[in-house]
Design a protein around this ligand. Sequence first.
Ligand code: OVV
Length: 414
Amino acid sequence: MTSLEKTLIEGHLAVEAPAGVPVWDIDPYDADILENPAAFYSELRAKGPFVYIPKYAILICGRFKETKEVFSDHARFVSSRGVGLVDFKLADPWRPASIILEVDPPEHTHVRRVMAKVLSPKVMREQTELFEALANELIAEVVEQDEIEAVADIAERYPTTVFPRILGLKESNGQHLLDYGAMVFDSVGPDNQIRRNALANGGAVVPWIMEQCKRDNLVVGGLGDEIYQYADDGTISEDQAGLLVRSLLSAGVDTTVTGIGSLLYCLAENPEQYELLKQQPELARPTFEEVLRYTSPVHSFFRTANEDTEVSGVKIQEDTKILCLLASANLDEEQWPCAPDFDITRKVKGHLGMGVGVHGCVGQNLARAEVGAVLQAILAQVDKIEFNGTPEWRPGNSIRSLSSLPIKLTKKAA
Ligand code: OVV
């Protein structure tokens, strides 16, 4: 068979099931599974280190060990062929590839270093006052309300307010930022209704996003301008600077929106944990790490095998797309004692909620600064967090986020 006769499925080569690997006739992108994935993850981990999904001709993994191995071994399992179902070697991505996400070392290393400097812990610490002032203001407002729809009123509102300011966007539009994020993250999955909706909603938004990436539209002193300064000194090109601003706009909003929503969900679901946190506020940081482990805002990304190789005795052929279920790895009982329990005192280091390896979230200091500020404001002002209705999850091809979170906050006595 010549390469032209090979079958493509969802933009990648349709490989066959490796010997000994269970074949599972299930759609991991089924809306019911995406909304409520815990049972699917347990069954996946029970079946073995890898499972073959005929619907998409892919391997999937959800045990901690193999997920970490595949996700972090950038030499064998590359990102440059796309972190979704489409293999960039065989089909075009929906937008020009990201120069930090969809690239491998050594090209990746140089660009990553620039972004790591722009998003360093020191830079974020310098913004603590702004983060906290905006968080205190927002919580002071909502704590007076009888009923709160925490997705719109807190989770979406905070990042769409603070993030454009930190970036230095001259013009902002929260809905455009959210819609573009949905496009980017839902594009990771198959050509299903979720992806089609996101791309249809986002269509008008792409030119707006590209416009905001231009230097003239970025305030001096913001993170966007910082990136362009690395173009001024020749470290990167002007075009690269624009694409790195695009990366911030792609990955920076929906992720932190999800992180904040999921934090509130966890605290409402586990009131005894919030009581403990009030008594030991030094647990604020580990609390967010446990939220990341327990809810995994980004549930999965792909890697592509760039050579014939073997993991845990399974032969994996070149060109195989592997769906790495970070969210499942974060619930693996082999790795996490009492994995199904939300426990802010557990040893949570090493979770995969921000990825692992050279592609581990480069914005993690910014994410922690934002969520940390919100949590600090809550601890200062809120005595009790309760559900005020049934929370609902939104099925996403890469992000699992709440679509609705009705809560009631009880104000702390002055
Ligand atoms: C979805 C996503 C995650 C991380 C980075 C990017 C996108 C990017 O556009 O660089």
